[in-house]
Design a binder for this molecule. Sequence first.
Ligand SMILES: Nc1ncnc2c1ncn2[C@@H]1O[C@H](COP(=O)(O)OP(=O)(O)OP(=O)(O)O)[C@@H](O)[C@H]1O
Length: 633
Amino acid sequence: MAAPMLEVMPGTKAHCKAKNQKSRLVGSRNVDTSIEQPGFDWKAFFKLLRPDLLYLISAVVCAVAAAVVNIQIPLVLGEIVNILSSFTRDAARDFIQEVRQPAMKMIVYYALQSVLTCTYLSLLATVGENVAARMRTRLFDSLLRQDIEFFDKHKTGELVDRLTSDIQDFKSSFKLCISQGLKASTQAVGCVGSMFVISPKLTVAMVTILPAIVGVGTVMGSGLRSLSRSAQEQLSKSTALADEAIGNVRTVRAFAMEDKENELYSREVEMARRINIKLGLGIGSFQGLANFALNGIVLGTLFTGGWLMSKQEITAGNLMSFLVASQTIERSLAQMSLLFGNVVRGMSAGARVFEFINSVPSIPLKGGKKIAFHSLMGNVEFENVSFAYPTRSEQTVLNDFSLKIRSGAVVALVGLSGGGKSTVAVLLERFYDVQKGKITIDGYDLKDLDPTWLRGNAVGYINQEPVLFATSVMENIRYGMPEASDIEVIEAATLANAHDFISQFPEGYNTVLGERGVTVSGGQKQRIAIARALIKNPSILILDEATSALDAESERIVQEALDQVIKGRTTLVIAHRLSTIRDADVIAVVSGGKIVEMGDHTSLKKKKGLYWELIRQQEIEEEINEFQKYSHF
Ligand SMILES: Nc1ncnc2c1ncn2[C@@H]1O[C@H](COP(=O)(O)OP(=O)(O)OP(=O)(O)O)[C@@H](O)[C@H]1O
């Protein structure tokens, strides 16, 4: 019977657009500022700072000392002005003689100030770099220890952003805070003190208006802080998007999605731009208002000071000193207001970094029982396991799932897509903990076994798309057992049917693979991955669709390698192509998170159940493939 045909007229466009066309960004497009932001963890920060405490204290002392010297300068300046003005009345005295002492004092202060500035800046640079490096390594360490669930929730770009720009922001804000903030605040306080000595009346008049200015500043500040957080979140989002597109550039190219990706990225960047402009306007207004207030103070000082001078209460030199001191305060406060935006940014960046540093995974990497190699039999059992992925807790993937794999047996899991086969594999690796029931190896609950031992020694995992690293073939295989010798690497490669093709590379085992191993074919990549899993000599092997991404010839070669390596090991094979599992001791058919049929190939085929259906389906697919292959003749 002829298949019904869809007639397409020339020039007709098929419109199959979804009603609400969505992108891969849906659900994460808007910055939700209502989400509670983490507070800055001072305790964790001081812990990081502790090794450099001596440097920091020295830097603080030098910064404060430089500020104190700065406070002295207006006083000496006042002294000089008083001498100068006395010469307008009585010019017969020796000017050099009288001005020498305050001038020398001034030179010493200037020299001291530059030495102190150089010292505290160098010390601060050291402390800043040390703290940032410590922060980076702690954060990276903490990220690598997080549950797999954590990586389901966070995008790679977002995490990389915390490692790079957040730490950079925090470091520069920290350095500025000490170098400029501390210096400026000491100067401001010190100058207020010396102004009080010069003229209490004038100082009191000036200081009374300060609380109002500080109050307005605080209110504006808290608004700017939350805006700054939103800006950073949004920027992380756009970085995550770019990271995903660049990291998967082949898929982007294959679907000709460059323009679409660019459009998506531009949209996110546009949002970041808008928030940042808003933030810039906020910081600008803040600084503008601060400048206005400070200039008002200068004018007020001149006015009040002039009035006091007219009443002979202060001298011209005193007013000069007062003005220079008030200008130093002005400069300091202006510096502090400039610093403000930076500190806001730095604090929220730091809070975000500490949030991840402090995040404790529910499955620790280490701790628990290790079964000695010679007594590890490899009996695996799933006992009434129920499981839902934490990010989708409402969807039960495994429902009262039970499966027993005796030591050395090859058990194949087959079934419809989405039935939960790969989930069985990731649970055996303990990437997630089950919510009900238990999984045991040789009778030990997986939760009582050391996870590092489990993944590093007991279980070998090979999946459909193994990821290799951008290093040599030798190092990629050694990744399975870092202490392995070159000979052991070659032995593993030989067992995995990989030695011959590796030897044919001009640089053999030293050939460097591209990022994620893009410079080798799928079949070669798979065999290197098999060697990498084999080198740790695991007792239990999981082959998750290990050959399904390969063409027929590569599949045959890789299958040959796998046949070799599964011998004597408990093996869980997850497969779509039923032809690859004909040698399995037991075939378990999974559907709806349960095993619905179990037996060997012949018995299952006789039952005419789901397995039989799958075989029929595959035969039909193979027929269609064959037909398509030759249809062009
Ligand atoms: N990390 C995850 N977070 C949330 N849900 C997931 C996750 N991984 C898989 N799922 C969901 O769990 C269900 C089972 O997926 P699983 O990968 O185990 O199926 P499968 O039988 O191996 O399918 P296939 O044969 O297509 O690989 C699916 O509905 C899938 O969408």
